[in-house]
Design a protein around this ligand. Structure first.
Ligand code: KG4
Ligand code: ZN
Length: 352
C-alpha cells in the first residue's frame, strides 16, 4: 500500500463547483470541475444568487466524483481543504460549509486556501519544483493583480486594476460582439481569424510608472467601435470579419498591457521569475507574447498548466504547504469576499 497521504480540496469561489484529491507529493489524483457557464450565459456574466444555488445542488456529487475518480476512501484522507476567499460570499459559503462538515464528521483537520495564492500555486504544479520567490500576475474574471511573492503565502501587492479585471473585460467585450460567455475563449477563437492591427485600441496605463491596470476605457472603446459613437459617428457594419478584427485588436490591446506591466514589475523588483495564473492565463496570445518578452528581457516565465488556469480545486495543493506549517483552520472560520491581508507580506498565525 502507498505511503502517500491525500487531501480532499473543494473550490467554489465563483461559478465552478470543483473538488480534487491531491497527494502530498502534489500529484493530482482527481480534478472534477462542474461548470455553470450555461446557467450564466444569457446574463453575460456570473449572477451570484444563481451561482450559490447551483453550488448547493452540485457540491455533494462533485465531491463524491472527486473521491471516486481518485479511488480514495475517506479513511485515506489526511485533511479537508476549501477556498475561503476572495470570491462571491454565497458561493464560498457552500464549499467552506461542506468542507467544515466533512472535517467535523471525519475528524480531519480543515485547511483554508486563498484563491489568489492558489491560482499562482498552479504554476508549481506544472513546474514540478519550487517556484518562489517570483513576481506573480493573477489575471482572472475577478482580479488583475501583480505581486511580489516571497513564498507561496507571503505576497506583497504591487498593483491591481483600478476598475474592471482583465477577464471581466473579455466577458464584456464578447457580449458587445455577440459572442458566447465566457468571453475569454470566444474572443480568443474569433481573434484567430482577425487582424490584430485592424483597430487601434488604447493601451490604458501603458505609460504610467505605476503597476496598475485599467480596462473599462477599453470596454467603452470596443463598444463605440462595434455600435457607433454617441456623437453620431456610425460604426462599420458588424460583419463576421469585423467581429474577428475587433476581437483580435481588443485581445492584442489587453495582452500588450499585461505584458508591458509584467516586464515593468520584473524591472522594478529585480526578480528574475514571473508566475502567470488565473483564467486569462489560458489565453494563447498572452502565453506566447509573455514568453517572447521573457526571452528578450532574460527572465524565467512559469505559466500555470492550461487545465489549472480557470477555477479548479487541484491548485489548492497549496494546502499541503499550509499543513506543513501547522496552519489548520478553526471550524468557526468564515469566508472572505475581498482581498484582505494582501498589502504586506504576513507570517502565518495559528489560523493560517
Ligand atoms: O480564474 P477564473 O476561472 O475565475 C475567477 O477567479 O475569476 O477566470 C475566469 C475568467 C473569465 O473572465 C474568462 O473569460 C477568462 O477567465 N478566460 C479567458 C480565457 N479562458 C478563460 N480569457 C482570455 N482568454 C482565454 N482563453
Ligand atoms: Zn479564479
Amino acid at each position: 500500500m502507498s505511503s502517500k497521504r491525500y487531501l480532499l480540496a473543494i473550490e467554489t469561489s465563483c461559478d465552478e463547483t470543483a473538488a480534487s484529491v491531491i497527494a502530498d507529493d502534489f500529484s493530482i489524483c482527481s480534478n472534477v470541475v462542474a461548470s455553470q457557464a450555461k446557467l450564466h450565459e444569457r446574463f453575460g456574466g456570473v449572477v451570484p444568487e444563481i451561482a450559490s444555488r447551483a453550488h448547493l445542488s452540485r457540491i455533494l456529487p462533485v465531491i463524491a466524483t472527486g473521491l471516486d475518480e481518485a479511488e480514495i476512501k475517506r479513511e485515506q484522507l489526511a485533511a479537508i481543504a476549501a477556498t475561503d476567499g476572495p470570491g462571491l460570499v454565497g458561493s464560498l459559503l457552500v464549499g467552506l460549509t461542506a468542507a467544515k462538515t466533512l472535517a467535523a464528521a471525519w475528524e480531519l483537520p480543515l485547511v483554508t486556501v486563498d484563491h489568489i495564492e492558489a491560482h499562482l500555486f498552479a504554476c508549481r504544479l506544472g513546474a514540478g519544483r519550487d517556484v518562489f520567490p517570483a513576481v506573480g500576475l493573477v489575471v482572472s474574471g475577478g482580479h488583475t493583480n501583480l505581486y511580489r511573492c516571497l513564498s507561496a503565502f507571503e505576497f506583497e501587492l504591487l498593483g491591481s486594476t483600478i476598475d474592471d479585471a482583465a477577464g471581466e473585460a473579455f466577458d464584456k467585450a464578447a457580449r458587445i460582439l455577440g459572442l458566447p460567455y465566457p468571453g475569454g475563449p470566444s474572443i480568443s477563437a474569433a481573434a484567430a481569424n482577425g487582424d490584430s492591427a485592424a483597430i487601434d485600441f488604447p493601451r490604458p496605463m501603458a505609460n504610467s510608472d505605476r503597476l496598475e491596470f485599467s480596462f473599462s476605457g477599453l470596454k467603452t472603446a470596443i463598444l463605440y467601435a462595434a455600435k457607433g459613437h454617441p456623437n453620431g459617428t456610425p460604426a462599420p457594419p458588424l460583419t463576421e470579419q469585423r467581429v474577428c478584427d475587433l476581437a483580435a485588436s481588443f485581445q492584442q490591446a489587453v495582452v500588450d498591457v499585461l505584458v508591458s506591466k509584467s516586464a515593468q514589475a520584473i524591472r522594478q523588483t529585480g526578480k528574475r521569475r514571473l508566475l502567470l495564473g488565473g483564467g486569462v492565463a489560458a489565453n494563447r496570445s498572452l502565453r506566447e507574447q509573455l514568453g517572447q518578452q521573457a526571452e528578450r528581457d532574460g527572465f524565467e516565465l512559469i505559466v500555470a498548466p492550461l487545465e489549472f488556469c480557470t477555477d479548479n480545486a487541484a491548485m489548492a495543493a497549496l494546502a499541503w504547504e499550509q499543513l506543513g506549517r501547522g496552519a489548520v483552520a478553526s471550524l468557526d472560520c468564515d469566508v472572505r469576499s475581498g482581498l484582505v491581508r494582501k498589502r504586506r507580506p504576513q507570517k502565518l498565525t495559528g489560523r493560517r
